[in-house]
Design a protein around this ligand. Structure first.
Ligand SMILES: Cc1ncc(C[n+]2csc(CCOP(=O)(O)OP(=O)(O)O)c2C)c(N)n1
Ligand SMILES: [Mg+2]
Length: 597
C-alpha cells in the first residue's frame, strides 16, 4: 500500500463527503473496507484510511462483495465494500445476489457520475439503481452532501433489519470530493457568451445546493458516538412455550439448524450460548450451511449422515432457520405424519412448500435458547434410544466413507486427503468451501471445529466465493488457521486474490483439488448425454501461479506426501505466507449419483 500522504492531504480528507461516508463506517465499528479503486470512489478510500479503517484492495469487485459478505457472517455486523461506477458496480452483481440469497447483511458503496451529468453520456454512467434493485433489499441515491451520513446510517439499519440482506448506496462523485475541487470542475471553462454565463450561474447555484449543510452534518457525525448493532428480532414467548410442550411430548424428534440461526451468533458469546442450549435440548441435530460447526467436532447429539432417513422416521421435526427448499426436497424429506415446528425470520420462507404445524416468527437462534430454557430439565434423556439409533447409522456411514479412502487411484483419494487434514486441523480454524465434488467430499469428512468456522456460498451455489471469503475470514480471525477448499475449476475465478493475501499479510492456506475438470457437472453430463464437452480442464500447475502472485506453492501427487506437506503449509502460514497446495486427485466414484442441478 502506498503511504503518500502529507498534512494538506490529511486536511482534504476530512473536508469532503467521502469522509462523511467513512465516518459512518467508523461509527459502526467497520475495521475493513473491501474495495477495488476507481476515480469515482477515491475520496472514500482515502478518508477510510485516514480514519484508521484498513482498505483491503482486491483484484475483482466480486471478491470485495464476497469479502464483505463473509465479514458479516463471522462478526454479525454488516460488511462493507466500495466499487467504482459502471463496470465496478456490474461486476458486483453476482456476489450481491449471493448475499441476498444467503440473507447476509452488507453495504455496497458504489460510485456514480456527477449529479449534473446523469444521463448525459458521461464515463461509466448507467442506470445502476434499476440494475441492482432486484438483487438488494434497498437502493439509495444521495442527492446532497448533507444527506450522506444519514443515508449510509439508514443503509446499515436496513441491511441488518428483519431478514438481513445487502443494500446498495449510490454516491455521485461530486458529493464525495471537497467543495473547492467540485467548483473547479464546474467552473473551469470560461467564455460561451450569455449562454455560458447563465450556465456558470446555474452550476454555481447547483454546487451551493449540493454542499449546503455539510459542516452541520460533519459536526453531528462527530458527536454521534458508537452505533449499537441491531440484534435480530426475538420470537414471542407464547409460541416458544407451545413448541416446548410439543417437544416434551415427542418420541422421535429431529432438529435441523440452518444458517439463519447464526445471524446473531457472531456477536459476543451468543454462539456459545446457542450451542449450550442445543446440547441441553439433547434432540438429535443436523447442522446445515452456516450452522455447521456450531456444536464443535465431537458432539454426541450431532448427526452428519442419513438425514432424509432420520426425517422420515421422526414424529416431530424442528426447522430452525431452514426453509423447505430443494435441500429438503421441498418439504417431502419430512414424513407426512410428522409434526413440523419451524422458526424463521421470514413468515413467507417458513410457509414455502409445506406449512408448519407451529410457526415461530423471529430469530431461530434465540428461539432455540428459549426452547431449551422452557423444556423441563432432563427431558433430553427420553430420546437417548432414538439418538443411539441415529448415531449407529451415522457411525456405519462414517465407516463406509473411511473404507472408500482405501480405494486405489492414480493419484490421491479426496477422502484420504480430507481425513488427513481433519486430523491436523486446529481448534481455531475456519474452513471455506468453493467448488463442486471436492467441496462436497470435504463436507462429508471435515469436522468444523466451532461455531462460524465453515463458510460456503449458501443456497445460490455461486462458484468464485473462495478468494474473497478466505481473505475476509483471515482478517476477522487473525489467529485462526484459514483453509480454502477449492475445486480446480472454481479456483480460476479468484486465484488472483492470493496476490491480495500476499500484499495484505493474510496467510491463508488454499488447497486446490486438481481433478482436471468441472467434475460435478461432468459426472452427470457424461452419463446422461454421453459427452464431456465444456467440462474438461488441464491439470495445471496452480502452485506456480500462486508463486507468481507472491504466495508459496506446494504440490501433492501421492498420498505419502500428504502429512509432510500439510505440516509445511501450516508452518509457512504461521510464518505469514499465503500457501496454495496443488493436490492431484485420482478418479473416484464417491460422489456418483448425487445431484448437481
Ligand atoms: C458461477 C457458477 N458457474 C457455474 C456453476 C455450475 N457448477 C456447479 S459445480 C461445478 C463444477 C465445479 O468444478 P470444480 O470447482 O473443479 O469442482 P469439482 O466438481 O471438479 O470438484 C459447476 C461448473 C456454478 N454453481 N456457479
Ligand atoms: Mg475440478
Amino acid at each position: 500500500m502506498s503511504e503518500v500522504r502529507d498534512e494538506a492531504a490529511d486536511k482534504r480528507a476530512v473536508e469532503h463527503g467521502g469522509d462523511l461516508v467513512a465516518g459512518v463506517l467508523e461509527r459502526h465499528g467497520v475495521d475493513s473496507l473491501y474495495a477495488l479503486c476507481g476515480g469515482h470512489i477515491s475520496p472514500i478510500l482515502a478518508a477510510a484510511k485516514a480514519r484508521g479503517i484498513a482498505v483491503v484492495d482486491v483484484r475483482d469487485e466480486a471478491s470485495a462483495v464476497f469479502a464483505a459478505d463473509a465479514t458479516a457472517r463471522l462478526t454479525g455486523v454488516p460488511g462493507v465494500a466500495a466499487v467504482t461506477a459502471g463496470p465496478g458496480v456490474t461486476n458486483a452483481v453476482t456476489a450481491l445476489k449471493n448475499a441476498q440469497m444467503a440473507q447476509t447483511p452488507l453495504v455496497l458503496l458504489g460510485g456514480a457520475t456527477a449529479t449534473v451529468l446523469k444521463g448525459r453520456g458521461s464515463l461509466q454512467d448507467i442506470d445502476q439503481i434499476s440494475l441492482l434493485a432486484s438483487t438488494v433489499k434497498r437502493t439509495f441515491t444521495a442527492a446532497t452532501v448533507r444527506d450522506l451520513p444519514e443515508m449510509v446510517e439508514e443503509a446499515f439499519g436496513v441491511a441488518a433489519d428483519g431478514v438481513p440482506g445487502p443494500v446498495f448506496v449510490e454516491l455521485p462523485v461530486d458529493l464525495l470530493y471537497a467543495e473547492e475541487v467540485v467548483r473547479e470542475w464546474y467552473g473551469a471553462k470560461k467564455g460561451g457568451g450569455l449562454a455560458g454565463w447563465f450556465l456558470r450561474r446555474y452550476l454555481s447555484w447547483h454546487v451551493k445546493r449540493l454542499f449546503a449543510g455539510q459542516k452541520e452534518a460533519a459536526a453531528e457525525l462527530a458527536t454521534s458516538g458508537r452505533a449499537v448493532p441491531l440484534p435480530p428480532p426475538a420470537p414471542e414467548a407464547k409460541p416458544v412455550e407451545r413448541a416446548a410442550s410439543r417437544l416434551a411430548g415427542a418420541k422421535r424428534p429431529v432438529l435441523v439448524i440452518g444458517s439463519q440461526a447464526m445471524v446473531g451468533a457472531g456477536r459476543d458469546d451468543a454462539a456459545a450460548e446457542l450451542a449450550a442450549a442445543v446440547e441441553r435440548l439433547g434432540v438429535p441435530t443436523f447442522l446445515a450451511g452456516g450452522a455447521r460447526g456450531l456444536l464443535g467436532a465431537g458432539s454426541e447429539i450431532q448427526m452428519r449422515h442419513k438425514r432424509t432417513k432420520a426425517l422420515k422416521g421422526a414424529d416431530l421435526v424442528i426447522l430452525a432457520g431452514v426453509p423447505c427448499d430443494f435441500r429438503l426436497d421441498y418439504g417431502r424429506s419430512i414424513g407426512r405424519k410428522a409434526k413440523l415446528v419451524a422458526a424463521n425470520l421470514s413468515c413467507e420462507e417458513m410457509r414455502r412448500n409445506r406449512r408448519p404445524d407451529l410457526e415461530v416468527e423471529g430469530d431461530p437462534g434465540r428461539f432455540l435458547v428459549g426452547l431449551a430454557a422452557a423444556l423441563p430439565e432432563g427431558k433430553g434423556e427420553r430420546w437417548s434410544k432414538w439418538r443411539d439409533e441415529l448415531a449407529g447409522r451415522d457411525a456405519e456411514r462414517d465407516a463406509e466413507i473411511a473404507a472408500m479412502a482405501g480405494e486405489e487411484t492414480d493419484h490421491v483419494h479426496p477422502i484420504a486427503f480430507f481425513r488427513a487434514l481433519d486430523a491436523v486441523l486446529p481448534e481455531d480454524s475456519v474452513l471455506v468451501g468453493d467448488g463442486g465434488d471436492f467441496v462436497a467430499t470435504a463436507s462429508y469428512v471435515l469436522r468444523p471445529r466451532g461455531p462460524l468456522s465453515w463458510l460456503d456460498p449458501g443456497v445460490f451455489g455461486t462458484l468464485g466465493v473462495g478468494g474473497g471469503f478466505a481473505l475476509a475470514a483471515k482478517r476477522c480471525r487473525p489467529s485462526a488457521e484459514v483453509w480454502l477448499i477449492w475445486g480446480d475449476g472454481s479456483a480460476g475465478y479468484s486465484l488472483a486474490e492470493i496476490d491480495t493475501c500476499a500484499r495484505h499479510g493474510l496467510p491463508v492456506i488454499a488447497v486446490i483439488g486438481n481433478d482436471g475438470g468441472w467434475t460435478q457437472i461432468a459426472r452427470e453430463q457424461v452419463e446422461v448425454l454421453g459427452d464431456d464437452v465444456g467440462t474438461v480442464l488441464e491439470r495445471n500447475d496452480y502452485e506456480r501461479v500462486a508463486e507468481g502472485y507472491g504466495g508459496v506453492g506446494l504440490r501433492i501427487e501421492r498420498e505419502e506426501e500428504i502429512a509432510a506437506t500439510l505440516a509445511e503449509a501450516q508452518r509457512l502460514a504461521r510464518a505469514g505466507r499465503p500457501v496454495v497446495i496443488n493436490l492431484l486427485l485420482g478418479k473416484t466414484d464417491f460422489r456418483k449419483g448425487s445431484i448437481s442441478m
